[in-house]
Design a protein. Structure first.
Length: 160
């Protein structure tokens, strides 16, 4: 692979693609797998780093609209490559209820499967909606990790 290929932006999983098999970890260390997506609409929020300014703003924003998401039948999870203990501290400090899922070990394996692993070693800021049939219905990747995707993008995708 050339150095140009190594720095290329990841391409998120395309709508119409079955969600890949994966294993993430909850704060308590238990597994969260693809099977947990079955039968419901799920919004996966891939974010680069716990405690970073944009990630803090993003989770706070999404927490504000969580009830509206739930009323539309959607469940939201935050996904990063941070260790589950860091995610738990981040969630607690922010006071958000959005469950955090860790892609720490093997680092970025799930992010790679969803096409959102940044060459810098972290998830690109991305959103993926998986339908009750475990097929991706929508995906979005921010132009850069410093760009915060508004909640309107999620609502438009759910309504579309």
């Amino acid at each position: 692979m050339s150095s140009a290929d190594a720095s290329a932006a990841p391409v998120p999983i395309a709508p119409g693609t079955p969600a890949p098999e994966f294993t993430l970890r909850r704060a308590d260390g238990s597994e969260f797998t693809r099977s947990e997506l079955e039968g419901r609409t799920t919004v996966l929020v891939f974010y680069p780093f716990a405690f970073s300014p944009v990630c803090t703003d993003q989770l706070n924003l999404y927490e504000e609209v969580l009830d509206e998401l739930r009323s539309r039948g959607a469940t939201m999870y935050g996904v990063s490559c941070d260790a589950r203990w860091s995610q738990a501290a981040f969630r607690e400090q922010l006071g958000v209820t959005i469950e955090q899922l860790s892609d720490f070990e093997p680092k970025g394996e799930t992010c790679r499967a969803f096409g959102v692993y940044h060459p810098g070693g972290f998830p690109q800021r991305a959103l993926v909606i998986v339908g009750p049939d475990c097929v991706v219905s929508w995906s979005y990747q921010a132009p850069s990790p410093s760009d915060l995707p508004g909640a309107n993008l999620i609502f438009d995708a759910l309504d579309g």
